[in-house]
Design a protein around this ligand. Structure first.
Ligand code: HEC
Length: 214
């Protein structure tokens, strides 16, 4: 089962990578600062994490228009990352974030060569570099570490309610099945008393079907 408490440190570091780097190009349409309260920030602290957003604002694309987004990104609008871990594996994302050549290789359309991608080229300029993220956490400042952390953060974004799910799933299932039992029980009693079962069976369209055959 997903153990949120052991991941909180990594998710917090991952958010630092996101808010300092990825946020400059990508949206996170399923995320708002309020969600950070789920991993130990007070609302006051959370509201200070990204200046331009209030607690209840979802993270939008940071461009005036789609046209501007394309113009600034080699003709491609940076995709929303809220659900990226749902349709790409951790390894795939990691390979992309760490797959640039050094020195960089670019083609005639200004795309960057990236070994993590099947087609080999991407419009995303290499987002991470050593020491590119400032934070007060005691973790290595490497592209490897930033990538792992930001992927954990993105995975949490795709299911910010996961800890609630783990805590509530049993009580909810339990009460639902009790309610279901009570309901079916009372229905059964009612219908047998009034002989509704008989009614249902006789009104079933077998009769008319027979008529068609004859
Ligand atoms: C300078 C702008 C920019 C920054 C900063 C940036 N990206 Fe991107 N990213 C893009 C663009 C543009 C694409 C689309 C690339 C393409 O399709 O060729 C992209 C694509 C991606 C993809 C591939 C998605 C897919 O489905 O193909 C992932 C994953 C990704 N970015 C993650 C990140 C992460 C994580 C960060 C922060 C560490 C980040 N990006 C920072 C511009 C950026």
């Amino acid at each position: 089962m997903f153990d949120l408490s052991s991941r909180i440190g990594q998710i917090k570091r991952g958010f630092d990578v996101f808010r300092q780097v990825c946020i400059n190009c990508h949206s996170l349409k399923l995320f708002k600062l309020m969600n950070m309260c789920g991993i130990g920030y007070t609302p006051k602290q959370a509201s200070l994490l990204v200046k331009r957003y209030r607690l209840i604002d979802y993270f939008k694309l940071p461009y005036k228009s789609n046209l501007q987004a394309k113009q600034l990104n080699n003709g491609v609008i940076p995709p929303d990352l809220s659900l990226i871990t749902k349709y790409r594996s951790f390894q795939w994302i990691y390979n992309v974030l760490t797959g640039y050549n050094s020195p960089l290789i670019r083609n005639e359309s200004n795309l960057y060569h990236n070994e993590g991608l099947e087609q080999g080229w991407t419009a995303m300029r290499p987002p991470l570099a050593y020491w590119c993220v400032k934070n007060s956490f005691n973790a290595p400042h490497s592209v490897h570490q930033y990538s792992q952390d930001v992927i954990r953060f993105l995975d949490w974004v795709s299911e910010p309610w996961i800890d609630i799910r783990d805590k509530l799933i049993l009580p909810i299932l339990g009460s639902l099945s009790i309610a279901g039992l009570m309901l079916s029980n009372s229905l059964l009693l009612k219908t047998t008393k009034k002989g509704i079962w008989k009614h249902i069976i006789t009104s079933f369209p077998f009769k008319s079907f027979e008529n068609y055959c004859n």
